[in-house]
Design a protein around this ligand. Structure first.
Ligand code: NAD
Length: 325
């Protein structure tokens, strides 16, 4: 039986990953500042702990785990990353976690470690045209991410590869592109565009409008959680270290995403574009490398994932309304 540690196992992707690993027959330890918000934890052992503390990291990585999945990060959607107010915390907290976990992994003779980087590392100057963003893995340098979150991810990618070069720790690095799905943050300021749009539509009545940040012509692609986990596991099993994009290449303008959710809801709602933090003009996953190296790429149509996510968020909205009555 393989033993895995999931750092950030109380978060959106981490909690889904624990379940996936359990279903594959792993023994799983999860660590996070908090338990999963929307489900019971699936891990065999769940440790509440702050990975910024090297002593906690030493205690958590106290054996030669077959695999560590390092997903813990101080993160959120555009409302958290692009306002500038959280920059120091984002850089300090996430960098400390990565420094500590790598050191602890080396000390405990861990075999393999996965690190979740982000599409936010790609240079802003390659993503000015919403119809033709460049996000091939080799376009990361010369670097100019549009957020400190992206800079921290880029630093940490490099950090992981130094441990592979100097200490023989096997490393896998993926650059996630907007992962979404049920049991993700959907309110409170850290939610991402798909969840925010679903919430706004779920809360609106016929004849209302929903607000969308920017002119709505900015483009993105969104990957459903199950396909993200499939990509992570396949990368982990492969002999390719990355960094590699794990994302969908079905690009869509944000207003069109909103229209898609409105259609799914069956409501009569209009869209009002308002000023707000939006990030780069265009972004899409370039899936040539993942296809070449691990002979797989995500294929689930966006609409299917959005329909499942909308159903789940509409349920959460309904529960909240009932609780406040
Ligand atoms: P999330 O915020 O739901 O999960 C991250 C978890 O890390 C949270 O539960 C948080 O409590 C935990 N954490 C933060 N600081 C910690 C600390 N000091 N000690 C212990 N735990 C700590 O985010 P997610 O969407 O599940 O993302 C997981 C990873 O994937 C992150 O590294 C993120 O940067 C990366 N990523 C996610 C996306 C996406 O679209 N969701 C896109 C690109 C990259």
């Amino acid at each position: 039986m393989k033993h895995a540690l999931v750092c950030g196992g109380g978060g959106f992707i981490g909690s889904h990953l624990c379940l996936r690993l359990k279903n594959e027959g792993y023994w799983v330890r999860a660590v996070d500042l908090k338990h999963p918000e929307f489900s019971d934890f699936a891990a065999d052992e769940f440790i509440l702990g702050d990975l910024r503390d090297p002593v906690v990291c030493g205690r958590v990585v106290n054996r030669p785990f077959d695999e560590i999945y390092q997903l813990a990060a101080d993160m959120g959607g555009a409302g958290f990353i692009f306002t500038g107010e959280n920059d120091a915390d984002i850089m300090h907290n996430s960098a400390l976690v990565n420094l500590n976990i790598l050191h602890a992994a080396r000390m405990a003779n861990v075999k393999k470690i996965f690190y979740s980087s982000s599409a936010c590392i790609y240079p802003e100057f390659n993503q000015l045209d919403p119809d033709n963003p460049v996000c091939s893995e080799d376009s990361a340098y010369p670097a100019q991410p549009d957020s400190e979150y992206g800079w921290e991810k880029l630093f940490s990618e490099r950090l992981y590869f130094t441990y592979q070069r100097n200490y023989g720790l096997e490393v896998r690095v993926a650059r996630f592109h907007n992962i979404f799905g049920p049991e993700g943050t959907w309110t409170g300021g850290r939610e991402k565009a798909p969840a925010a749009v679903c919430r706004k539509v779920a809360e609106a009545e016929d004849g209302d409008h929903i607000e969308i940040w920017g002119d709505g012509k900015q483009t993105r692609s969104f990957l459903y959680i199950d396909e993200c986990l499939e990509g992570v596991r396949r990368l982990m099993e492969s002999d390719f270290s990355g960094p590699v994009n794990i994302g969908s290449d079905e690009m869509i303008a944000i207003n069109d995403l909103a229209k898609m959710v409105i259609e799914i809801s069956g409501k009569q709602i209009s869209i009002k574009n308002i000023p707000g933090p939006t990030g780069v003009r265009g972004r899409n996953s370039d899936n040539r490398l993942i296809q070449e190296k691990i002979h797989w790429k995500p294929t689930l149509p966006l609409r299917e994932g959005m329909a499942k996510t909308f159903r789940w968020i509409a349920e959460q909205v309904e529960k909240t309304v009932l609780e406040t009555k």
